[in-house]
Design a protein. Structure first.
Length: 165
């Protein structure tokens, strides 16, 4: 069953944009109404995943795939360092409000970047030295969000009992 108010007709790009935005909104919805402390909490031992860590991770992933790889920009990392490749998940002392705003700004930049671009457009991935399409990037992002939104479901349920999508 599609989500409420789902776009269920349209060409491939319309559907790809819908599903990517749906997953982006789902992650933010899972964070809604929680305190900064709750957003930083890692309630599923022994995992060190938190909702804020997932938001920070997805900001990095969005930036990496769309801006760095696809568009060839050099914006650098938001949280990751050469010494700590998973730094986005280390949220002790992180400013949840600022990190969520950073995520939202990144999405705005990416939406502007993708406006009018064809899913058939290709680029050479700098890490793999392979030609890839924007369609591939959309597929990667949708599956990445689907996996992490599943994590977010479990974390949120553990925090306050909230379930649903």
């Amino acid at each position: 069953m599609p989500p409420p108010e789902a776009v269920i007709t349209g060409d491939e790009r319309v559907l790809a944009d819908f599903w990517l935005d749906y997953h982006r909104q789902t992650l933010l919805w899972k964070c809604g109404g929680l305190t900064s402390e709750q957003l930083r909490a890692c309630p599923i031992e022994p995992s060190s995943l938190s909702l804020l860590g997932l938001v920070r991770h997805m900001a990095e992933v969005e930036r990496d795939w769309f801006r760095t790889r696809f568009a060839g920009e050099q914006p650098g990392y938001l949280y990751v360092t050469g010494e700590e490749l998973d730094a986005e998940f280390r949220v002790d002392g992180a400013d949840a409000e600022a990190d969520i705003a950073t995520y939202a700004r990144e999405l705005d930049l990416i939406r502007a970047l993708l406006r009018g671009r064809s899913l058939d457009e290709t680029y050479t991935d700098p890490r793999r030295d392979l030609g890839m399409s924007l369609r591939w990037v959309y597929s990667v992002m949708i599956q990445e969000y689907a996996r992490h939104n599943g994590h977010a479901d479990l974390i949120r349920e553990r925090l306050d009992g909230s379930t649903g999508h």
